[in-house]
Design a protein around this ligand. Structure first.
Ligand code: NAG
Ligand code: NAG
Ligand code: NAG
Ligand code: NAG
Length: 384
């Protein structure tokens, strides 16, 4: 029945993200539900927990008939670490839908998390997205605090620094299509670095397996400027001091009127070729309505009547307009994030502007909230 199916799907998601035990053998995952892809942890490599077993009274739908997986409880010693990809979260917060926590309670064992917390698999939909793990944070426009933007990816191509992106889960980086479409046939030329602050210390390079462009990306006016990068190997654990996923907004969520933050290594002014900058920078920008942006861009000193060619009322949003506070050339794909109840949520990705930091001239960003359905679907397709 419909309702029962829906309930079970929710539970599947909860179980996969919160599962506490481990199988020795990675099982196959085949989702029988159209549009519902396997969870990120059912990837090609890495630690693969088994499908969960249902608690008494509930039936899990949609899993193939497999023998019950061997369940290995956490072996707890004073040095026990959380398994890769898992983080400790308060009980009840493991799933964004506020579901249940499945635990294997073994008498005599000390749990790997502090009292009141449970292990939870960290993904973009999981409870750790959009959190920072460093403090204090200097919020003044200028140099960022190391670790303040743990979701920001530093992208390189065959000629070096290419731009930025943002981590959605252990396998997936979202970026602006215009930064990577030249490499859509040569994904191996692209590299992703996470946890970067100082661009002379990049750390581990992750290879890109696949560039998935938005099917309606238009390189001539940069409409639908989105691409997903699928990594060849997962980032494990996906939650580290300087690395984390960003939260996606809900489809259609509006951020107009909020002041949000962009971070990146792009030029410090339009005519100075200093990207990537040595250190990561940040700036706060107010998000304005489409009408405000349209009226400004319509000025003949900016786009004039070409505004209709270059400004997309649905797929783009505008922010900034204050002197010397702006994204600039080579910031493409950098995340514009808003603090929503203590979690940073992805409102935009840098696309284009007219000059940089001119008063009254807004920066133009992908309106991520209007692409959430596409992002979620495409991510699950890439993973499947
Ligand atoms: C905060 O950042 C600003 C801009 O980079 C800098 O001028 C200021 O010294 C920083 N404050 C502290 C306490 O580090
Ligand atoms: C690499 O990225 C830079 C910065 O976006 C760009 O100027 C350059 O054309 C890219 N190289 C290739 C081969 O696409
Ligand atoms: C158009 O831009 C010019 C120069 O930036 C400015 O002086 C003028 O007031 C603007 N016009 C409107 C209608 O905003
Ligand atoms: C999801 O993506 C697949 C592959 O790109 C596409 O065929 C399908 O129509 C998409 N579904 C939705 C609901 O967007």
């Amino acid at each position: 029945m419909q309702a029962e199916t829906a309930l079970s799907l929710t539970l599947i998601a909860i179980f996969i993200k919160c599962y506490n035990g481990f199988a020795q053998t990675p099982p196959l995952f085949v989702s029988p539900f159209p549009g519902i892809g396997p969870d990120q942890i059912y990837g090609q490599s890495g630690v693969i927990p088994p499908p969960p077993t249902a608690p008494p009274g509930l039936t899990l739908l949609g899993f193939p008939q497999l023998p019950p997986p061997p369940v290995v409880p956490f072996i707890v010693t004073p040095t026990t670490q959380l398994p890769p990809g898992y983080v400790c979260v308060p009980i009840g917060t493991c799933n964004p839908n506020n579901g249940i926590d499945i635990r294997i309670v073994t008498p005599g064992n000390t749990p790997p998390c502090p009292p009141g917390q449970v292990p939870c698999f960290g993904t973009a939909g999981g409870s750790q997205c959009g959190l920072r793990f460093v403090s204090p944070i200097n919020t003044t426009d200028g140099f960022a605090t190391p670790g303040a933007y743990p979701w920001q990816a530093y992208l390189v191509n065959q000629t070096g620094y290419a731009g930025s992106g943002v981590l959605l889960d252990q396998y997936t980086v979202l970026t602006a299509a215009h930064k990577v479409y030249m490499n859509s046939g040569t994904p191996e030329m692209l590299g992703v670095y996470m946890g970067v602050y100082d661009t002379t210390r990049l750390g581990t390079r992750y290879t890109v397996d696949r560039v998935y462009l938005h099917p309606n990306f238009n390189p001539s006016n940069l409409f639908n400027d989105l691409a997903l990068l699928r990594l060849a190997t997962p980032i494990t654990p996906v939650t580290q001091t300087y690395i984390n996923t960003i939260c996606l907004p809900t489809q259609g969520q509006s951020f107009v009127g909020q002041t949000c933050t962009i971070s990146g290594w792009g030029r410090t002014s339009f005519d100075v070729g200093d990207a990537p900058t040595l250190l990561q920078k940040q700036v706060q920008v107010p998000i304005v309505s489409y009408t405000t942006c349209y009226n400004s861009m319509s000025n003949s000193s900016l786009l004039g009547s070409n505004v209709n060619t270059y400004l997309d009322p649905i797929g783009e949003l505008c922010a900034g307009g204050q002197a010397a506070r702006d994204a600039c050339t080579q910031d493409g794909g950098s995340p514009l994030v808003c603090n929503v109840n203590g979690r940073f949520t992805l409102a935009g990705l840098v696309i284009w502007g007219k000059g940089c930091g001119q008063p009254g001239v807004y920066g133009v960003y992908v309106n991520v909230a209007n692409y959430v359905t596409w992002i979620t679907n495409a991510t699950s397709m890439l993973t499947g």
